[in-house]
Design a binder for this molecule. Structure first.
Ligand code: DC
Length: 222
């Protein structure tokens, strides 16, 4: 098994940008586990399966093949060869993913895929439960966070750049609900692992955060 770096935290904390860049810098495979929950929600909606029907959604997920292709700033998410990048990155799909992720059967199916993917390479996995559940023995664990205001502003900017017409207030409200949904669910709730390095990204630019993380990684992985 290669080295594993876990990057957890709430939405908008900077996980995706940071994980992608770190993976490129270190030559690690990048695995976006949130994209997997978003894809599960997408496939369920397309198949007309209610998001709360854990067993049927899990059956859809069981043998999926995911890959993540980093292309500059963008990460293409491929699921069984289909590029789902645009379909899963909408404002609504974030909330649907949060809902679908409450099902234990769905988590079990996707965690198995995440472990199988991560074991093949040196990998950076970003998500909510990587350091606590998926890879509790990860070589380095980070928990990124930022104020709700800043996280909402970042997500709002991203969505607007993609042409979505949402208001900042709407984004902030959904994010607040998603934080509650994700941190108060019974299974694998969003919380830092005891041995996670906590990094507050509020007011910090990307290179500053990357440098901070690289220092920790160098200390732990020679
Ligand atoms: O990181 P994201 O916004 O793409 O994640 C979408 C949702 O998926 C998030 O609200 C909760 C869920 N999720 C999860 O439960 N566990 C993970 N490891 C990653 C995401």
């Amino acid at each position: 098994m290669g080295h594993i770096i876990a990057i957890d935290g709430p939405s908008g904390a900077g996980k995706s940008t940071i994980s992608k860049l770190l993976a490129e810098r270190l030559g690690y495979m990048y695995i976006d586990t949130g994209a997997m929950y978003r894809t599960a929600a997408l496939l369920a909606l397309e198949a007309g399966i209610p998001l709360a029907d854990g067993q049927r959604v899990a059956r859809l997920c069981k043998d999926l093949e995911f890959s993540f292709r980093v292309d500059g700033d963008l990460v293409h998410v491929l699921c069984d060869g289909r590029d789902v990048t645009e379909a899963i990155r909408t404002h609504d799909m974030g909330m649907h993913a949060s809902d679908v992720s409450k099902n234990p059967e769905v988590r079990e199916a996707l965690v198995a895929l995440q472990r199988a993917l991560g074991r093949k390479h040196d990998a950076i996995l970003e998500g909510r439960d990587i350091g606590t559940v998926v890879f509790p023995d990860a070589d380095v664990k980070f928990f990124l966070d930022a104020s709700l205001e800043e996280r909402a502003r970042r997500r709002y900017k991203e969505l607007r750049e993609k042409g979505e017409t949402v208001s900042l207030e709407e984004v902030k409200e959904t994010m607040r609900k998603r934080d509650i949904n994700d941190s108060q669910r019974d299974i694998a709730p969003l919380r830092p692992a005891e041995d996670a390095i906590r990094v507050d990204t509020t007011g910090k630019d990307i290179p500053t955060v990357i440098n901070e993380l690289i220092l920790h990684i160098k200390e732990r992985i020679s």
